[in-house]
Design a protein around this ligand. Structure first.
Ligand code: MG
Ligand code: ZN
Length: 237
């Protein structure tokens, strides 16, 4: 049967293949999640467009968190190790995942990345996804939380144009607010679009350059790490 032909279930063949691949992905993601929890590691998946400032945001985060909190980082990138090299200045617990032409991370790549980290000593795992606001949202990696990042240089229409990251996120970040005087970004429009999609997701507006918003951000990260195990959540997974 060729791609696009309708099979007995009435769905195009290609869609069924994608669904099966995602089922396998979700199983591996569940294994990742169990492994992380077994080691007492909390995690978040950081998703944002290329150039929104994900790596810079993480650099400042790593420099600002209490020294006793050990952070491991997996950085997804198409070809280079540049992000991992920048992160390595702040923590020895970093592994690069090169995706080649892949435009998102999948659970099996994270599983392989976890085998290169010392989960015994890590308290928090950060996964910096490939720069892309679209498909990374659909691939569970086994993280506890999903963080979506926008920046004012991308324009105020991004939540409206990319509602799926807004729907999936536990927290949103709006970066580069120090550049507001120089770019045609209307904060009121951005906030109204967000609220129209979802009014229950927090959005921290801030800047890597100035540190604005970092008190709230670091507080969120710290609460993620020390969060008391939720028995209902454990039963569901
Ligand atoms: Mg990066
Ligand atoms: Zn993709």
């Amino acid at each position: 049967m060729k791609n696009g032909q309708i099979n007995r279930t009435g769905k195009p063949m290609r869609i069924e293949v994608v669904e099966n691949v995602q089922k396998v992905n979700d199983r591996i993601a569940a294994v990742n999640r169990a492994l992380l929890h077994e080691h007492g590691v909390r995690s978040f998946n950081l998703i944002g467009a290329p150039g929104c400032g994900k790596t810079a945001w993480l650099e400042r985060t790593l420099a600002s968190l209490p020294a006793g909190l050990v952070v491991g980082v997996l950085t997804g990138d198409l070809a280079t190790t540049r992000d991992a090299e920048r992160i390595a200045a702040h923590t020895p617990h970093v592994a690069q995942i090169n995706t080649g032409r892949g435009c998102h991370l999948e659970a099996h790549q994270v599983q392989e990345g976890l085998s290169r980290l010392d989960l015994e000593v890590i308290d928090l795992l950060v996964i910096e996804n490939v720069g892309n606001l679209i498909c990374p949202v659909s691939w569970d990696l086994g993280q506890d939380a999903t963080v979506g990042m926008f920046s004012v240089t991308e324009g105020d229409d991004k939540p409206a144009k990319h509602p799926y990251i807004v729907l999936a996120a536990d927290l949103l970040l709006l970066n580069k607010t120090d550049l507001l005087p120089y770019v045609p970004f209307r904060p009121a429009r951005f906030r109204a679009d967000l609220a129209a999609i979802r009014d229950d997701v927090p959005c921290i507006e801030g800047s890597v350059a100035t540190g604005a918003g970092f008190d709230a951000w670091l507080d969120w990260v710290t609460r993620l790490v020390v969060r008391v195990e939720d028995p209902l959540e454990e039963a569901r997974s």
